[in-house]
Design a protein around this ligand. Structure first.
Ligand SMILES: *Cc1c(COP(=O)(O)O)cnc(C)c1O
Length: 421
């Protein structure tokens, strides 16, 4: 459930008409709902009630300072995947002991910054990385807390670009080599083993792959404890999916996911960490865009809108579906027609939907892309010299711009031309 609903015939973000925000900040723009972010975070937190746990928001899904600050205020930890995300989390007031550092290619500089600034744990993904982290920790006279990310070789049954738990993916170490790698870690004085980490992919719409992976984590916990390793934490990753196509998708709920975790791992005496991103931020955001032209082609009509693939890349990158709805609520039984919905960027890939049935629209009408709060603004670029679009946060009847639209001048001023030119 989110807080983008029709009221009196028009779309609202909580208690603010979306049209009012669109008029005030212009289109395209992103709008996030504080109540929805809060609700989704709490669903996870409550799903793990009764177990020692920390919900670490995967901030690669949405890393705006205001969003991070809101979640941190609810008690969220953060899952970061770069030095930049670490800095953003700290800037939003998240303490180091609530930050886990994931990613296959952490540099020594990133390790050093996190060790100096404070870190809950590094999720180590390979032996070379482990050796580097050990050296960095020793050189700083400290000890790095680690979990080792294991690759359980489980099919997450999701889009190939966001599946991470099969043996052919670049992530983690094969579970078959886990004992050997934990033994190596135990021999390194700059590291302290805290536990096991796993993350099998994103936008999972069934619980079964999680169950298979978590069973393997359970077995591995027992094996490693028999080898005399102290396993006190299990980081179970993120990945729970959301209904992008509301009419026919119903992925599992956080409460069901929490029950699965308790059932498979609850009796091991470990602290549980989870790293949800999309399910917290995805349906908490919309992207709002105006129709520039309606163009009649030979065999189809195009809705040419002011949002483009550089603003929201998911459709073009993952063939992802977003529900697209007009701000003006269509009357019951109103006439519909199919449109190809496209942006102004000079690529055929700049297509949001093909043959999408929509109410009849005209130039100037405004539409909202649902479920755009995750992997939306964070993946945006300025391709075609289109400045990054603004982000707005709504809470009740108030809204604020939480990232403003750069002017052309500001965009251009980031380049520098050498004197000798
Ligand atoms: C991307 C990612 C997540 C979050 O995935 P969602 O599908 O957004 O929940 C969590 N952990 C790691 C290691 C990731 O790479």
């Amino acid at each position: 459930m989110d807080h983008f609903l029709y009221r009196n015939g028009e779309l609202y973000a909580e208690d603010v008409p979306v049209s009012e925000i669109a008029k005030s900040v212009g289109t395209p723009c992103y709008i996030y709902s504080a109540a929805t972010l809060t609700r989704h975070f709490k669903l996870f937190d409550e799903a793990l009630e009764g177990t020692d746990h920390l919900v670490c928001f995967a901030m690669k899904s949405n890393s705006n300072q205001a969003v991070l600050k809101l979640l941190a205020g609810l008690g969220a930890g953060m899952d970061v995947v770069s030095g930049g995300e670490y800095a953003r989390a700290r800037a939003a007031g998240v303490s180091g002991d609530k930050i886990v550092f994931s990613g296959v290619g952490k540099t020594r500089e990133e390790m050093s910054a996190a060790l100096t600034g404070g870190i809950r744990q590094f999720n180590v993904e390979s032996e070379p990385e482990m050796l580097a982290l050990n050296e960095v920790a020793l050189s700083l006279g400290t000890v790095a807390p680690i979990a080792i990310r294991i690759n359980p070789d489980v099919d997450a049954k999701t889009h190939e670009k966001i599946a991470t738990g099969k043996s052919e993916n670049k992530f983690g170490i094969p579970i078959s080599r886990a004992r050997e790698v934990y033994a190596l870690a135990a021999s390194l004085k700059g590291l302290k083993i805290m536990g096991i980490d796993v993350h099998i992919g994103s936008q999972l719409v069934e619980l079964e792959p999680f169950e298979l992976a978590y069973q393997k984590v359970r077995e591995l916990t027992e094996v490693l404890r028999a080898d005399d390793h102290e396993i006190t934490r299990l980081d179970l990753g993120g990945g729970l999916g959301i209904p992008y196509e509301r009419s026919n998708e119903a992925p599992p709920l956080p409460i069901e996911y929490g029950e699965l975790i308790k059932r498979t791992l609850g009796d091991l005496g470990c602290e549980i960490e989870i790293e949800p991103g999309r399910l917290i931020s995805g349906n908490a955001g919309i992207m709002v865009s105006s129709v520039i032209y309606v163009k009649s082609g030979e065999d189809r009509d195009f809705l040419i809108i002011d949002g483009a693939m550089n603003d929201l890349v998911r459709p073009s990158m993952y063939s992802a579906h977003h529900d697209i709805i007009p701000l003006k609520e269509p009357a019951a039984g109103a006439e519909q027609q199919p449109y190809d919905i496209v942006g102004p960027v000079c690529e055929s890939g700049d297509t949001f939907a093909k043959g999408r049935n929509m109410p009849v629209l005209e130039a100037g009408d405004v539409v909202a892309f649902r479920s755009a709060g995750a992997y939306g603004a964070v993946m945006a670029s300025e391709y075609n010299s289109r400045p990054l679009i603004p982000e707005v946060l709504v809470s009740g009847d108030q809204f604020a711009v939480i990232r403003s639209r750069p002017t052309f001048q500001e965009m251009i001023a980031r380049d520098t031309v050498p004197e000798w030119l």
